[in-house]
Design a protein around this ligand. Structure first.
Ligand code: CA
Length: 237
């Protein structure tokens, strides 16, 4: 199935150029020419990638990006920025963009960026389906995590986790491949004033690994001695 791309761009010429070339390349493309409609599409549609202009009527690109990430929608986003505006790039990446393209750009550069971002999104990093809150899901390896419902499915079957176990899983699923220190985990899950000690982490992790049968499935939380932990996705498993 071809990847679907949402283009949020108000300049008709540029929107047409993007849409024409991406369609010709085999992508399925939708264009929104206003910030409000763009945000609505991004929140409610199913897209593999969003190409997002910054200066838009209604809501600007930064605010759209922030709203998406606040709603835990992790659809990859490439922002379109003006050549002279370096701070736009920094601000965009900080707000959660995956990459950027500076205007004017060549079609070859556009394809290269789009392919790279889509490839990254499909190599085990968390992909969030958009939809209503009850449908919001992070799919990673053979797990489907429903943040709003505190539920996780392993190959389609619901696995019952205790709230802290779920929060740990969600924390890692939102940071695939990223090293998380014990302190970070402790502070985010239990809070700074918790005095239970680090043994608590071990107990919860060991239970989580067992319940999700991590030894024989694709998603694993690795312990890195003296450093912390990392969620990895093995291909195939
Ligand atoms: Ca614009």
């Amino acid at each position: 199935m071809s990847a679907s791309i949402l283009i949020i761009e108000d300049e008709p010429t540029l929107a047409k150029l993007l849409s024409y070339n991406l369609t010709k390349e085999g992508y399925s493309v939708k264009v929104a020419d206003h910030g409000e409609t763009g945000l609505h599409e991004a929140m409610n549609g199913y897209f593999d990638l969003i190409i997002l202009d910054i200066m838009l009527p209604g809501i600007n690109g930064f605010d759209i990006l922030r709203k998406l990430r606040q709603s835990r929608i992790a659809t990859p986003v490439i922002i379109l920025t003006a050549r002279t505006a370096e701070e736009e790039v920094v601000q965009g990446l900080t707000a959660g963009a995956d990459d950027y393209i500076t205007k004017p750009f060549s079609v070859a550069e556009l394809f290269a960026r789009v392919q790279a971002v889509l490839r990254r999104a499909h190599t085990g990093e968390a992909v969030v389906e958009t939809g209503g809150p009850e449908h919001k899901a992070i799919m990673i390896g053979n797990l489907t995590i429903y943040p709003e419902k505190y539920e996780v499915d392993l190959e389609g079957k619901t696995v019952f986790l205790r709230p802290k176990e779920f929060e740990i899983l969600l924390y890692f699923a939102e940071r695939p491949g990223v090293v998380v220190t014990r302190d970070q985990l402790m502070n985010s899950i239990w809070g700074y004033d918790y005095v239970g000690g680090e043994r608590t982490i071990d107990v919860h992790l060991s239970s989580l690994r067992k319940k999700l049968d991590m030894d024989s499935h694709s998603v694993q939380i690795e312990s890195l001695r003296g450093v912390g932990y990392k969620l990895i996705v093995r291909s195939g498993g």
